[in-house]
Design a protein around this ligand. Structure first.
Ligand code: GLU
Length: 319
């Protein structure tokens, strides 16, 4: 069985020099900005600015059923109130389906994609679990659709390859994709393109060279590296920040009802996010206003101080 055209694509070397830097923050507008997403915004912005790079904001609103009306504007308002300044226009994934379709068609023509007829129930009874707790696909439709069963979703035919990348915070990470993830969905049964495909197409088209984001996405990265290789896109430099968890060990999220950021105390909020990221102030250079925070933080930011942990407790007030 042809495992896609991985052999025929140039392996990407990743970006090593930090001379040309374009970073981004890509929130999903499923609710207000909370401390967990603020940390990703701050880490990605400071690392870009400290390296004299650009920093873009993109709304990952591809998963329309999960998006909350008004949340995108609310997130942007909160970022502005905290003094964030981004380059260029905000890009919305929901307006970019043509680009995702073009990538999907290229992958299909290269033999990398197959239709899958499996229902949720069939998938649930198929056994294994993926590295991030999902349902491991058992390959039932990999060779052909079972007779009389219409296609529901489209999956990427994952080759028997090891994908490794060197994360600037979490260190060297690798996955055996067939074993750890299995053939994954790129076009969902509800007709929406999957996050994994959309993020790779967007980062590629926007020329993102450096990705700083939460470690909850570290296990998605090898899938994204594979898609970059299949689409002939460069692999960015990655740094995965610790994810903020609450007292019960749950990731702060809209689902766990994390407290939205209070913009009435902007300096306190930014100082808490700064400390969470393992940063400290040079004596005598601690900012006393939001205006002073930004230039000092950009000057004093050191990514090597960020704890190399996947999770860390959030400060009390933010939970
Ligand atoms: N939209 C994703 C999230 O909010 C982040 C995507 C990314 O940074 O790659 O979890």
């Amino acid at each position: 069985m042809n495992a896609g055209n991985l052999e025929n694509t140039k392996p990407s070397s990743g970006v090593t020099a930090r001379s040309r830097y374009r970073g981004r923050f890509a929130p999903s507008p499923t609710g207000a900005l909370h401390f967990g997403s603020l940390v990703a915004a701050l880490g990605s912005c400071l690392d870009a600015r400290a390296n004299k790079g650009e920093w873009l904001v993109r709304m990952d609103d591809i998963d329309v059923p999960r998006c909350v009306p008004g949340a995108a504007e609310q997130i942007l308002d909160t970022l502005r109130a905290l003094g964030f300044v981004w380059d260029g226009e905000v890009v919305y994934q929901s307006r970019r389906t043509d680009a995702y379709r073009a990538a999907f068609e290229r992958l299909t023509e290269a033999g990398c994609i197959f239709p899958c007829a499996c229902t949720r129930r069939q998938l649930a009874s198929s056994g294994g679990t993926t590295i991030d707790g999902g349902q491991l696909y058992d390959g039932r439709c990999r060779d052909s659709l079972p007779p009389g069963e219409p296609p529901r979703a489209w999956r990427l035919r994952v080759p028997a390859a090891e994908i490794a990348f060197d994360d600037a915070i979490q260190g060297m990470l690798s996955q055996q994709l067939q074993r750890d993830v299995g053939d994954f969905v790129v076009l969902r049964a509800d007709g929406l393109f999957a996050y994994q495909l959309a993020v790779v197409v967007d980062d590629g088209e926007q020329g993102i060279s450096h990705i700083v984001r939460g470690a909850d996405l570290v296990d998605s990265t090898p899938r994204q590296v594979l898609l970059q290789q299949l689409l002939g896109l460069p692999t960015p430099w990655y740094a995965h920040l610790p994810v903020a968890i609450d007292g019960a060990g749950q990731k702060l999220s809209k689902q766990t009802l994390a407290t939205p950021i209070d913009v009435k105390q902007p300096l306190t909020t930014m100082m808490a996010a700064w400390s969470f990221l393992g940063q400290s102030w040079q004596q005598g250079h601690e900012p006393d206003s939001l205006e002073a925070f930004w230039p000092e933080a950009i000057r004093q930011w050191q990514i090597k101080r960020v704890p190399n942990q996947r999770q860390l407790s959030a400060p009390d007030y933010s939970r």
